[in-house]
Design a protein around this ligand. Sequence first.
Ligand code: TYD
Length: 137
Amino acid sequence: MKLSEVKIIDLPKVPDPRGNLSFIEEEQQVPFKIERVYWIYDVPGGQVRGGHAFIIQQELIVALSGSFNVMIDDGGKREVFQLNRSYYGLYIPAGLWRRMENFSTNSLAVVLSSTKYDESDYIREYQSFLNYKNGKK
Ligand code: TYD
């Protein structure tokens, strides 16, 4: 997969003086069936999460609170996406290296995943990722 397939999805936003509301429905706002939801929170300043790639897992990341950056690398190019609104979802297809960093205080990252947790779907070494991409091209 290429960097150009990563995209920010504008989630529905229902503005209301009582407080705004946004939502995600599987195969609507996310182009996959949602098999799992996990979230990352209480991140100490300066910490980095998620330095790895997935072979088949696709995901959508939302900054439900606060902000953080997601760096995506397709083995050739890199791009940093800043997530800072609870109505933006970052869609990441499989086969891309990604790292989450610059978490603000009290940030909350929710990740919708197309698969159940499966350690064998991870590529955790950057060099292995490059080998994987080169073998696949
Ligand atoms: P991991 O995805 O490696 O976190 P990060 O990408 O930020 O380094 O997950 C850390 C640990 O949490 C992992 O070793 C196993 C566990 N885990 C689960 O049990 N289920 C899950 O859905 C996830 C995402 C992680």
